[in-house]
Design a protein around this ligand. Sequence first.
Ligand code: MLT
Length: 345
Amino acid sequence: MQVLIADELPDVCIEILEKSGLKVLNKPGIKIDELKTIISSCEGIILRSGTKITAPLLENTDRLKAICRAGVGVDNVDVPAATKKGIVVMNTPEGNIISTAEHTVALLFSLARFVPQACASVKAGKWERKKFTGFQITGKTFGIIGLGRVGRQVAKRAAALEMKIIGYDPFISPEVTAQYSIQIAKNLKEVLSQADYLTIHVPFNSETKNLITRNEFSIMKPGVRIINCARGGIISEEDLYQAIKSGQVAGAAIDVFDVEPPVGNKLLELEQVITTPHLGASTEEAQFAVAVEAAEQMADALTGKGFRNAVNLPPYNIEEYNTLKPYILLAEKMGSLLSHLPLVG
Ligand code: MLT
C-alpha cells in the first residue's frame, strides 16, 4: 500500500511508514495537477495545512482509505466528501496544544505591554516611553471561550499569572474544569461581559462561524483586548475593525485570518492590532510531534491496527461499537424524550 506525504515531514515519518511495510511517495508541496493523478494510486495521504483535499480531487480515487492531517484543523480537507467515499479523516490533536497555549500567552503579554509596537518604534529611532505605558496582567479577568485541550492549557498558565479566569464551553463537564481554577460561565454573554482579556479556542465550523460579531462586541467591557489563535472566520473581521475604531475594543492580537495571508486586510492598518502569521503551532517541538503522530496513526490505520483521532468515525472499533450500539440508541431515545418534557423549576 502507498502513502503520499503531501507536505514537509521529518525523515523519521518515512521510516515509521516504511517499517510498517508501506511504500512512501514523499512529495512535499505537490502541485494540484500531479496530485490529481497520484491520488488514484494511494491508500493514504498525510498533509499539513499546505495541501487542500477537495471533493473533485476525491472523485479521482477509489483506493484512498485514510487522510491524516498533521495538526488539529481539518478545514483543508473536505470531510463530508471523504466520508461519502468511505475515507477516514484523522487529525493529531495532542502534539501542538502546548505550543498554541504558549503563543496565546505570548500574545497576551504583547497586547498588555505593546511589545510589537514598542519594538517597531525603537527600531524607527524613537524613544516613546510614555506612549507605551502598559497594563499589569495580574488580577485581570481572562475570558476563555472554548475549554478543550488548548483552552484548558491556556487557563493553567493564566492561573499561574494570578489572573481571574472565566470560561465558557457548552461541551465541558464540571469534573474536568474543576482541576483548572476556572469559573464556568452559564453562557457566552457572561464571559463577554466580564473579560478584560478574551481568548478563543474553538474549532471553526458552521456553529462557530461568526461567533463574535457586532452584537457580541457590544456586550463586552469597553477596553477589552482580544486574542485569536484558533481560526479565522470565528470573529467577524469587519465588526472587529469597527469595534476597535469605536474604542469598544482596545486591542487585538490576531494569529489567524479569514483569508491567509491577509493581503489588503483593513485590520492590518490599525496600530491596536498586533499579528503573527498563523504561528500558534509553529514550534520545532510541535511540528515534529504532530508529524510523528500522523505517521504512526497512518501506519496503524493501513495495517489494520485501527483508526486513532478520526474526525468522521465514532471513537471505537467495530466490536466495541456493536457492544455499545444498544446503549447509544437508548441514550438517543432518552435525549429525545427529555427534550419534549416541560422544564420544571
Ligand atoms: C493546526 O490546526 O494544527 C494549527 O492551526 C496549525 C496549522 O494549521 O498548521
